[in-house]
Design a binder for this molecule. Structure first.
Ligand SMILES: Cc1cc2nc3c(=O)[nH]c(=O)nc-3n(C[C@H](O)[C@H](O)[C@H](O)COP(=O)(O)OP(=O)(O)OC[C@H]3O[C@@H](n4cnc5c(N)ncnc54)[C@H](O)[C@@H]3O)c2cc1C
Ligand code: HEM
Length: 363
């Protein structure tokens, strides 16, 4: 992998080119434009190589990948085609580093990974659907290019508060994106998503500007470990930026639903006051629940009572080493909050956040 890694971009283009030329039947499973996807296969392989000495984690990772592939329509019969093209690409780009021994090791490794993915998918098939059609039953514009979209899956959809779901719209078929329900599971089975239209975004713009009540989306199985059961402490520190508030809101509803003795400090971070998202909703929640305290941190504007950048505000109100921490928002915000917290004594295992790129941290 270290030999081909610097050539990753070219190798990936080559891999898809020969895959689609030699096995045109698999082409329709992939999106027409492959830009976002291209690097992921290689990153998954790197992750597999990283995990090679930790079989339990490797099996978890591949099992998850296999179950997740059901939504693409992947079948056991497709694996030899992908394996053949992957090995041909590795051989071409590794050059002299590709020996008979390396080839044998990769053939064996691919066989094991494929088998774990296939078995996990088959076991999953026995207990749940590959995708859940879900009708939009409510849509509310929330300003700043954000929309609140409530969907009702046609079949029961089990998930835990704090998890995220992958979603496909009818306007961008095969373009799966991740969104976090902003509610704990409801009796009526509906899920509310908070979606921000990103500049140049395909799926997010369609959801915010085009989707309407009655449209049908498709959901993949829920993912993510940012759930309440991972917390070891009674004290919870939650830090949210922008639509990152969604899974945190779901966790707060879950705390309220369980009636457990958690005490929650919630920090809402933004660059400007206008960008502070969901404050009124959270203030209403804190009026109903004495265990919840809300504070804002605005970094690029002076607002009396709301001070400074997130790391400063966290440091000021800490220490937090006797808390479980849930972080959700733009990657730089999560990274800076994580750094501040670990510097001030919070153990990494008590800091929970979603992966920035789902495939990198599964397992
Ligand atoms: C675990 C997880 C949970 C998520 N939860 C939510 C959620 O609850 N609500 C929500 O709105 N989004 C959420 N996202 C982001 C979401 O999955 C999409 O990445 C986002 O909606 C952009 O998709 P798109 O198809 O519109 O953009 P794409 O077509 O994929 O990208 C178009 C352009 O926008 C850029 N871009 C992509 N994402 C962003 C971004 N976040 N900010 C700025 N530019 C970007 C890309 O670099 C590219 O140049 C989550 C992501 C992850 C990994
Ligand atoms: C060892 C074998 C394989 C590995 C490691 C692998 C890995 C991956 C990864 C990491 C992703 C990205 C998932 C995400 O969006 O989070 C992906 C997507 C995908 N894979 Fe695989 N895969 C394998 C085999 C296959 C096979 C056999 C097929 C069937 C032809 C397949 C079809 C797809 C499709 C259609 C996508 C979605 C593409 C997109 O969204 O752009 N994969 N794969």
């Amino acid at each position: 992998m270290s030999v081909v890694e610097p050539l990753a971009a070219d190798m990936t283009v080559y891999f898809y080119a020969i895959l689609f030329a030699r096995h045109p039947a698999v082409r329709p499973m992939f999106p027409p434009g492959m830009d976002t996807q291209r690097g992921r296969l290689l990153r998954a392989l790197l992750r597999i190589v990283d995990l090679v000495d930790d079989p339990a984690a490797l099996i978890r990772f591949c099992g998850h990948l296999g179950r997740d592939h059901r939504k693409f329509g992947t079948l056991a019969a497709h694996f030899p085609a992908v394996g053949e093209c992957l090995l041909a690409s590795l051989a071409r780009y590794a050059g002299p580093a590709w020996t008979t021994e390396t080839a044998a090791a990769w053939t064996k490794a691919y066989g094991v990974v494929a088998q774990v993915m296939i078995s996990a998918a088959e076991e999953d098939e026995a207990v749940r659907p590959a995708v859940w059609p879900a009708t939009i039953v409510h849509k509310l514009p929330r300003g700043n290019g954000i929309a609140e979209i409530t969907v009702r899956p046609h079949l029961p959809y089990e998930y835990s508060a704090g998890q995220y779901v992958s979603l496909e719209t009818p306007w961008w078929p095969k373009q799966w994106r991740y969104y976090s329900p902003a509610n704990a599971p409801r009796e009526d089975g509906t899920l509310t998503l908070h979606v921000r239209a990103v500049p140049g975004g395909t799926v997010s713009k369609a959801l915010v500007h085009r989707a309407a009540v009655g449209d049908v989306l498709r959901l993949g199985s829920p993912m993510g470990d940012m759930v309440l059961d991972t917390a070891e402490h009674r004290g919870l520190l939650c830090v949210a930026g922008g639509t990152g508030l969604a899974p945190i809101r779901a966790l707060l509803e879950e705390v309220a639903r369980r009636g457990e003795e958690h005490r929650v400090d919630l920090f809402l971070g933004a660059r400007t006051g206008a960008e502070l998202y969901g404050v009124n909703d959270m203030l209403r929640m804190s009026q109903r629940h004495h265990w919840l305290t809300i504070r804002g941190a605005v970094s690029h504007e002076y607002i009396p009572g709301i001070r400074g950048s997130l790391p400063d505000v966290l440091a000021e109100y800490g220490p937090w080493y006797q808390h479980d921490v849930f972080l959700s928002g733009p990657a730089p915000m999560v990274v800076s909050a994580r750094e501040t917290l670990t510097r001030t004594g919070t153990l990494p295992e008590h800091i929970h956040h979603d992966p920035f790129e789902p495939v990198l941290s599964v397992g």
